[in-house]
Design a protein around this ligand. Structure first.
Ligand SMILES: Cc1cc2nc3c(=O)[nH]c(=O)nc-3n(C[C@H](O)[C@H](O)[C@H](O)COP(=O)(O)OP(=O)(O)OC[C@H]3O[C@@H](n4cnc5c(N)ncnc54)[C@H](O)[C@@H]3O)c2cc1C
Length: 606
């Protein structure tokens, strides 16, 4: 049986000690209501809902899965009731604008909510999760009428949203999209085509579903420049939201897949379904990026949720399971054997999981602050500064944290030994559920190309330079020049971090030079480069957490064990995880020749 307790202490540490979230909220007048008392109360309620309502449906949902019968999809037992409770509790509207019926709290609070609910039950969380992206897209690109009709209902949660990009012939290469949109005289469009792999594409949780669909107008240019974006409801309605006829959107089937079995992944057939254009003609992919960016940060969060769930369960097991004796002498002489937590190899796996989960959480909360800044920016310059940083860090977050989430899940299975492979314990489900995270919302390979190609090489590394300056500024502020003892102790983090950041910039430049001569160099090194970047970014946040912990200890705080544990985990990260950059640096600079020299026809002699 899986267990989960929301990591409220860790969340409080990040909110109060590391990122000064309350100072940040006070800077934005629209978030002034987010006081510590209110935030604590909301997070405590969210923890209760996640632990008591969603967690118990996690393994049963996996076992039962979604059912498909003649176009109708039924979610597992308890899912609908939990969703109704979620809507009644106002959770969907928490961090959406008051004008649309939202509660106007900051997006960062919504991120913490999604973390707790997603850790308790990722499959369930995908139904309301997809709606957030639909809401953000309509909010940013929709007309007033579209907002009035769709946004209010999505915000209440009475309707849910989807993202319809993928077709049988293309997922990554959306330039190949074939779905057609033919204009009608009344300003609507007839949408015809097949979309596959649509998460929450059909279900029984709400009365209507709002599909956000990529399609081509007649005579549109080929490729990505000829794609437009449409809102296509499952059921048509009047402007007041009163439901009318079905809209010729049918669910052909749902996928029988490896994990997230309680999340319906639908094949949707659009057969002259009525839709309305959102955003300008042929600019659909640009508008869809709003959705995809929301979804990418949301998927990065899945890495943290996976790591946390795997860690919590592994830790409980490692304290209970007895096997042999510690090499350095008996640790539990009163028992027939020591618990496996005493063995360094098991401890290494646990510490790795802990470092991933807490380091990943810090990366996400840093990013959530940027999202708040974008939403509440008063000038275009402010908005752009936060948006550029978000654009730079998103592919790192998405790919690095999901890859590490899978690593943590795999360690979890290993810590359970043979029992990890048996369904009852839930560890094999965590591995299965996690595996999709490196695939959807752009595979790791595609995120790596986005980072290196678009975010580094195309912009001549401006965003990297600015982020590196921020990290080096932190290093300067906390280096040994100061006489405070905790600042001297920070040197074990500051020196390796400064060196790593300097190398990051040098390697980026060397890659740019090599790429000029050999374009294959980019594709050959990009995933290693992304992972290399990820370890450095995570090191920055571990150093920040260690610094905050030292400061709290120096201030005579009572909760000393918590802060000491942070520093020890930071030490582990710097000694045993950051050095992975050395190997990645070596492979990312290797000649692409060894990848490409063997003719494709000669890869097998079968
Ligand atoms: C459970 C599930 C839920 C999903 N939910 C949704 C959803 O809600 N909405 C939606 O629209 N889609 C959804 N998807 C689709 C998902 O986003 C795509 O499967 C994913 O983007 C990859 O596309 P593909 O499967 O067509 O793989 P392909 O594009 O065929 O890629 C195959 C492999 O080739 C690599 N590759 C492709 N092009 C390049 C390149 N130029 N350079 C280097 N490597 C390359 C890829 O990285 C990958 O490893 C979902 C998929 C699944 C399985």
């Amino acid at each position: 049986m899986l267990s989960y307790k929301a990591p409220i202490r860790d969340i409080k540490f990040l909110f109060e000690d590391v990122f000064d979230y309350y100072g940040h909220y006070q800077k934005h007048p629209e978030y002034a209501e987010a006081t510590p008392d209110l935030v604590d109360a909301i997070f405590a309620e969210c923890a209760k809902f996640s632990e008591n309502e969603l967690l118990p449906l996690n393994q049963s949902g996996d076992k039962e899965g979604c059912k498909f019968d003649n176009g109708v999809v039924t979610t597992p037992k308890g899912f609908k009731e939990a969703y109704q409770q979620y809507v009644a509790g106002g959770w969907q509207s928490l961090s959406h604008p008051i004008e649309q019926g939202g509660q106007g709290l900051p997006p960062s609070m919504g991120m913490v909510k999604s973390e707790m609910m997603g850790t308790a039950n990722w499959s369930w969380g995908m139904y309301p999760g997809l709606s957030h992206g639909a809401m953000n897209t309509i909010q940013e690109h929709g007309s007033d009428e579209q907002k009035e009709l769709y946004l209010t209902r999505l915000t209440e949660g009475t309707w849910t949203g989807t993202m319809c990009l993928t077709e049988p012939q293309c997922g990554t290469d959306l330039g190949q999209v074939k779905t057609k949109a033919v204009p009608n005289d009344d300003g609507t469009y007839d949408i015809t085509g097949t979309k596959i792999f649509i998460s929450a594409g059909e279900h029984d949780l709400t009365e209507n579903i709002v599909h956000i669909v990529l399609a081509r107008l007649p005579d549109a240019p080929e490729g990505t420049r000829g794609i437009s974006l449409f809102i296509v409801p499952k059921i048509q309605s009047d402007q007041q939201g009163n439901l009318g006829e079905g809209n010729n959107v049918t669910c052909g089937s749902i996928e029988d897949k490896m994990g997230i079995k309680a999340s319906a992944t639908a094949v949707l057939n659009f057969d002259n379904a009525k839709g309305v254009l959102i955003g300008p003609e042929n600019k659909g992919l640009e508008c869809m990026f709003t959705f995809m960016n929301t979804a990418r940060v949301g998927t990065a969060l899945q890495g943290v949720c996976t790591a946390e769930l795997a860690y919590q369960n592994s830790l409980l097991y490692a304290k209970e399971r007895l096997s042999m004796r510690s090499l350095s002498g008996k640790k539990a002489p009163e028992k027939v054997a020591d618990p496996i937590i005493v063995h360094p190899d098991v401890r290494k796996m646990l510490m790795t999981q802990k470092a991933i989960s807490e380091g990943g959480r810090a990366m996400i909360y840093y990013t959530a602050k940027l999202v708040d800044d974008i939403e509440s920016a008063k000038t275009e310059d402010e908005r752009k500064a936060a948006d550029d940083r978000l654009g730079f860090i998103t592919p790192i977050l998405k790919a690095f944290l999901t890859e590490l989430g899978c690593e943590s899940a795999s360690h979890g299975m290993q810590i359970f030994g043979g029992h990890g492979y048996i369904k009852e314990w839930g560890m094999e489900q965590i591995v299965r559920d996690a595996r999709i995270s490196t695939l959807y919302e752009g595979t790791t390979g595609i995120q790596a190309l986005d980072l290196l190609g678009r975010k580094i090489l195309l912009t001549r590394g401006v965003a990297l330079k600015e982020f590196a300056m921020e990290i080096l500024g932190f290093c300067k502020d906390h280096s040994m020049i100061s006489g405070y003892s905790h600042k001297r102790q920070m040197n074990k983090f500051i020196w390796p971090l400064s060196k790593a950041v300097a190398s990051w910039q040098q390697y980026s430049l060397r890659i740019a030079l090599k790429a000029r001569k050999d374009r294959d160099f980019i594709g050959a090194c990009s995933v290693d480069y992304l992972m290399y970047s990820g370890y450095i970014v995570m090191a920055y946040f571990w150093a920040q957490m260690a610094q905050s912990a030292y400061e709290k200890l120096a201030s005579g705080v009572e909760d000393r064990d918590f802060y000491r544990a942070k520093i020890k985990t930071a030490e582990f990260y710097f000694e045993r995880m950051l050095p992975r950059t050395k190997s990645l640096a070596k492979t990312m600079m290797a000649d692409p020749k060894t990848l490409m020299q063997l003719d494709g026809e000669l890869l097998s002699f079968l």
